[in-house]
Design a protein around this ligand. Structure first.
Ligand SMILES: [Zn+2]
Length: 266
């Protein structure tokens, strides 16, 4: 490998790393909806070049997680009741189409992978004991893998690509719904029922159960009008509270942190 090829490869892996870190923070709502994203601060916090951050932001904009504002830069995509309703309806249709095709075409390998993905999900705690207000990363990963396994045999790359974009866009809402979830909601039971219908090749039942599964999360959130309008002045959701220390500190915040550390040494 030549030196220039190695440098290009290491540059592209840094860009990929910056994209993945930003995406994970957006999906987990560690970057709050509506927050302005300052490119220079992201470069410093992520230790990558201006072009790497720009490329990551362009990809996240195309996924609907970031919005680009002419002359004003980038902002974390806001959330709203209207978008949530729209997303839920469209996602219900697309998930249903993928599911129906997967049920028609799925073989023994699809069935086995689905059973394994459900087993992992059902054995993974939903919330970390030290922070019960948030979904655990392990559960979120297992949940994503289970829903992906359900539709894996769909056979249409185009439909699956669309499904994965919609899944990511609803991930932020899913995380926000966690502290509000009704105690009597049996998520594990819902996932099990969808899986049983899929394995029994009952496409109509699987579609109906999936639609209901998506609508339940939406219903929990839509009961909380203040959640979708954080400026309304009522008690803010944990996802809107400042993170301490800040995830991507500004230049001033970094200087203050250095001063504090320095004070102990002098
Ligand atoms: Zn689910």
């Amino acid at each position: 490998m030549t030196r220039s090829t190695a440098a290009a490869n290491s540059g592209s892996s840094l860009t990929q790393d910056a994209y993945e870190r930003l995406r994970a923070d957006l999906l987990a709502c560690r970057l709050r909806p509506g927050t302005r994203l300052k490119i220079a601060e992201l470069c410093t916090a992520l230790s990558v070049s201006l072009s790497a951050v720009r490329e990551a932001l362009a990809r996240l904009t195309s996924e609907g997680l970031v919005v680009a504002e002419p002359q004003r830069g980038f902002r974390v995509a806001p959330i709203s009741a209207a978008e949530l309703r729209d997303l839920t309806e469209v996602r219900g249709e697309i998930e249903g189409m993928c599911l129906e095709r997967a049920i028609a075409a799925g073989d023994l390998g699809w069935e086995s992978d689905l059973l394994a993905a459900f087993h992992r999900l059902s054995r993974t705690p939903e919330r970390p004991p030290e922070d019960p207000q948030r979904l655990s990363e392990a559960w979120s990963a297992a949940h994503g893998a289970y829903h992906k396994a359900l539709v894996a045999a769909c056979g249409s790359p185009c439909l699956l690509r669309l499904r994965s974009i919609l899944y990511a866009q609803t991930e932020r809402y899913r995380r926000l719904s966690v502290p509000l979830a009704e105690a009597d909601r049996d998520l594990n039971g819902e996932h099990q029922e969808i899986m049983h219908a899929a394995l029994a090749r009952d496409a109509a039942r699987a579609r109906a159960l999936m639609k209901q599964h998506l609508e339940l999360t939406t219903r929990v959130l839509l009961k909380q009008s203040w959640l979708l309008e954080p400026s309304a002045g009522s008690k803010p959701h944990p996802a809107y509270q400042p993170i301490d220390p800040p995830l991507y500190p500004s230049r001033n915040e970094r200087r203050l942190a250095c001063d504090e550390q320095g004070a102990g040494v002098v």
